[in-house]
Design a protein around this ligand. Structure first.
Ligand SMILES: Nc1ncnc2c1ncn2[C@@H]1O[C@H](COP(=O)(O)OP(=O)(O)OP(=O)(O)O)[C@@H](O)[C@H]1O
Ligand SMILES: [Mg+2]
Length: 354
């Protein structure tokens, strides 16, 4: 039997499980390669999840199960709905309909920090490091950003208590894991693109999650460092975490995934072991055969360029404004939409209260 861990805190009913490569292969061999396929031990289950923006259906997922203890790659062309699905599952956006749960506990109607407390955390397609704070403070804030505590206090050393010291100690541990400990006192803005991706993962790990959802963690990372980043992602799985991973590079997907979910136009069009993706005509037609651009642009050092740089700057300004007002980054106000001055998706306060 695989060793079970329940070190995800009392609020998490399920937990981590570390599976050997052999055990994972055996598990996934039992799963039929079809959309909505049932998994032997699903940690996340979503049903009839829909999200529309005006006339556009961004997500329309009939059924999706994520197997515990594995790395699930989520692929699909630009605009397929991958990020929107992440937003819904982690409480950063509200669906028009649908239910989703972790280990049988419904996650609908929860805010991001509540979802995080139950063990599901995510990173963002465009890295959200606060460049004018130190690397250590960024990670320390991670504990709160996904916990829903007050940020302003965290920035005022005179209010530190024992709990603060504990958070600092854990932040240093997490930084060491990603070989960022030597950079702890540097400003996050001085890090390379790849190091910022690691920093964001470090932030997410502060809540000791069960499920880690990574939205294009390789985007903007110097190719020389991608292997290192991949090893870090595999190490999350080795620690028993379940990883869901959005990536455009098929070589990366084949290297790292135990199972692949393919989205196009909001729906799951295929599920398959990575090595069988090319055999699936729907996948070839919708994805592999077509040319697709990276939506975000980065230079060789992983720094955002062009419109991506403008977006990154606005996101950071919006986050700083939220922090200065004593707000919480886990609240849905700081979004790509608000940073860009776009009309945010309709917030569904009524359904949250009911
Ligand atoms: N807040 C929003 N308002 C309006 N439309 C949106 C919003 N968010 C996403 N969309 C639209 O929903 C669709 C799905 O977008 P999403 O960002 O989820 O795709 P994606 O699969 O993550 O794409 P990419 O690979 O480019 O990151 C797109 O057509 C997008 O333009
Ligand atoms: Mg996306």
């Amino acid at each position: 039997m695989p060793e079970s861990h329940t070190d995800t805190g009392p609020a998490s009913s399920g937990g981590r499980v570390t599976l050997s490569a052999h055990e994972r292969a055996e598990l996934f061999a039992t799963v039929p390669p079809e959309p909505g396929a049932a998994k032997p031990d699903p940690v996340l289950v979503a049903s009839n999840l829909t999200r529309t923006f005006g006339g556009l259906t961004a997500v329309d997922v009939a059924h999706l199960e994520i197997q515990r203890g594995g790395i699930t790659g989520l692929i699909g062309p630009n605009g397929a709905g991958k990020t929107t699905l992440f937003n819904l599952l982690t409480g950063f956006d509200r669906p028009d309909s649908g239910t989703w749960s972790m280990d049988g506990t419904a996650l609908g109607k929860l805010y991001p920090h509540q979802v995080a407390r139950r063990g599901v955390v995510r990173t963002f397609q465009l890295t959200r490091a606060l460049s004018k704070l130190t690397v250590l403070d960024n990670v320390r804030l991670g504990a709160r950003a996904q916990r829903g505590e007050h940020m302003a206090r965290a920035l005022m050393p005179w209010t530190w208590r024992a709990q603060e010291r504990e958070i600092t100690a854990r932040a240093r541990e997490v930084l060491a894991r990603f070989q960022l400990d030597a950079k702890a006192d540097d400003l996050a803005g001085s890090l390379s693109g790849g190091q910022r991706k690691l920093l964001e993962m470090a932030r997410a790990l502060m809540t000791e999650p069960t499920v880690v959802m990574l939205d294009e963690p390789m985007a903007g990372v110097n190719p020389a460092l991608t292997q290192n980043l991949l090893e870090h992602i595999k190490s999350l799985r080795d620690d028993g975490m379940t990883v869901v991973f959005v990536e455009h590079d098929m070589d990366v997907i084949r290297d790292i995934s135990d199972w692949v979910v393919v989205m196009a136009q909001g729906t799951v069009i295929a599920e398959s072991p990575p090595e069988a993706l090319g055999d699936n005509q729907a996948v070839v037609d919708a994805y592999l055969g077509s040319h697709h651009d990276q939506a975000l642009e980065f230079d060789e050092q992983g720094n955002p360029v062009g419109a991506t740089a403008v977006l990154a700057e606005r996101l950071e300004q919006a986050e700083i404004a939220t922090l200065e007002a004593g707000g919480d980054l886990a609240e849905p106000e700081v979004t790509v939409d608000s940073a860009l001055g776009r009309t945010p998706p309709e917030s569904d306060e009524e359904s949250r209260k009911s």
